[in-house]
Design a protein around this ligand. Structure first.
Ligand code: NBP
Length: 469
């Protein structure tokens, strides 16, 4: 009976494409899906003629795998993964390896690493990005968990020929990195959407003109997958020759990984403000009926601004680029905070390279991030790197003009504005937090430190009796 090098559980869009990719690279893959019809259709359809073995039961599936077994699980994150593991684990033997390639929460992955280790098995939580196209032709893969498994699974995970898969670290660090990637993806999409909104409303550009602007940007500093697909989207016309984009309802969906990143940032006490704004912008967009009611009641003040020349398109470019730098600076800060909290030793320059190809946030810009971390591996924030400091300095005038103009005409730019607020806060020697401390001390005797005393000495004032400390 023919045996397989590796097994895949879960044959929805990601599982199917990963199987075809592995088969292209010389691996024989056994496949299993809860609903057998999906397996049959896949084996007789897209996988016909490929080295793919369809199985109908989990027992048959496990029996077809070479030992030590390697099983990739590609099902919906959460309970489905636990359900699959509950059926799979009792059939496995010591030394077998399970790779969860779905968008699992990093805490679930950390738990599963321990659970499988206790049973003599290895668990790898591997975040995979790139969607259907990436899965088929070479995704970005962020594996973490039981490091002993890495030499065993490295071959197949890196087989798609891209450098965008390397070991991240222990526990749930692979899925944490994927979560931050997804948060950054939310941010990248929002900063692009704000540029489109400004061009469309404030400058009155049509889709063809906007497509041209994005196409030009995609050849420069903003060279990235998302900017390039935005040019394609803007250039797409329907059967009547009308822009397809204009027909799409302006209410954005989400699956939750951006929210997870923001929750983690709050838990760790680190700012991820641009991603948070991007998540909330989707939420506000989805409140469409309320937006209409409010527009009727108080009016929608957005208007085209006069007197803005072609230079304003360059300003928008600079606002986008600067905001993107801030977003990545915050994302890498968060990775650093997680590494300290969970005891991971992460190579940030390498993580930037994992995102360089194969994933949704792939961009030339990631090479600059790798270079910054190669210059200083413990860089606390990209803004402290000379290259990015200079880039922000150069972009700042246009960035400010864009935010100021948007505020004046009433067009929301939450990502650009919050990024600018973070940039201004982060480089402030003095913030108004002294007043916040005084208020806290006034109403709650929370005490405060003083500028003229060493850190760690705490003072309390009786604020109702002037002249006392
Ligand atoms: P889905 O996330 O849509 O999940 C569908 C798969 O999960 C099917 O194979 C389904 O089996 C299986 N499944 C479910 Br639902 N509940 C199950 C259970 N209790 N036991 C066993 N199997 C169960 O698939 P996908 O879009 O291919 O994504 C797979 C993973 O990859 C997810 O974690 C996703 O977040 C992640 N991801 C997706 C993308 C993307 O672009 N789609 C990109 C990157 C990562 P059935 O056929 O019997 O219902």
């Amino acid at each position: 009976m023919e045996t397989a090098d590796i097994g895949m559980i879960g044959l929805a869009v990601m599982g199917q494409n990963l199987v075809l990719n592995m088969a292209d690279h010389g691996y024989t893959v056994a496949v299993y899906n809860r609903t057998t019809r999906r397996t049959t259709e896949f084996v007789n359809g897209p996988a016909a003629g490929a080295a793919v073995i369809g199985t109908e039961t989990i027992e048959e599936f496990v029996g077809r795998l070479k030992r030590p077994r390697q099983v990739v699980v590609m099902v919906k994150a959460g309970r489905a993964v636990d359900a699959v593991l509950a059926g799979l684990i009792p059939l496995l033997d010591e030394g077998d390896i399970v790779i969860d390639g779905g968008n699992s929460h990093f805490e679930d992955s950390a738990r599963r690493v321990k659970e499988l280790r206790d049973r003599g098995l290895s668990f790898v939580g591997a975040g995979i990005s790139g969607g259907e196209e990436g899965a088929r032709n070479g995704p970005s893969i962020m594996p973490g968990g039981d490091e002993a498994a890495w030499p065993e699974v490295k071959g197949v995970l890196q087989s798609n020929g891209t450098p965008c898969c390397d070991w991240v670290g222990p526990d749930g660090s692979g899925h944490y990195t994927k979560m931050v990637h997804n948060g950054i993806e939310y941010g990248d999409m929002q900063v692009i959407a704000e540029a489109y909104h400004l061009m469309r409303v404030v400058l009155g550009m049509d889709c063809e003109q906007m497509a041209g602007a994005f196409r030009t940007w995609g050849e420069g500093l903003l060279d990235s997958y998302l900017v390039n697909i935005t040019a394609d989207i803007l250039g797409h016309v329907d059967e009547n020759g009308e822009p397809t984009l204009e027909r799409i309802l302006d209410a954005a969906g989400q699956k939750g990984t951006g929210k997870w990143a923001v929750i983690s940032s709050l838990d760790l006490g680190y700012p991820l403000t641009l991603v948070a704004e991007a998540v909330y912008a989707r939420v506000v967009s989805s409140l469409r009926d309320q937006r209409f009611e409010a527009a009727e009641l108080v009016g929608s003040g957005v208007k085209r601004a006069d007197g803005l020349g072609a230079g304003f398109v360059d300003d928008i470019h600079d606002a986008l680029y600067a905001s993107k730098i801030v977003s990545y600076a915050q994302g890498f800060m968060l990775l650093g905070a997680a590494a300290s909290e969970y005891g991971w030793n992460l190579d940030y320059g390498r993580i930037a390279q994992l995102w360089r190809e194969g994933c949704i946030i792939k961009a030339a810009f990631l090479d600059d991030i790798t270079a910054a971390f190669r210059r200083r591996p413990d860089l606390p924030n990209l803004i402290l790197d000379r290259f990015f400091a200079e880039a922000l300095d150069k972009a700042e005038p246009g960035w400010r003009r864009v935010v100021a103009t948007a505020v004046q005409v009433g067009l929301p730019v939450p990502a650009y504005a919050s990024a600018l607020a973070f940039y201004d806060s982060y480089r402030s020697k003095r913030l108004p937090a002294n007043l916040i401390q005084a208020q806290r001390d006034y109403f709650g005797a929370h005490t405060y430190e003083r500028v003229d005393r060493p850190r760690g000495e705490f003072f309390h004032t009786d604020w109702t009796r002037p002249g006392t400390d």
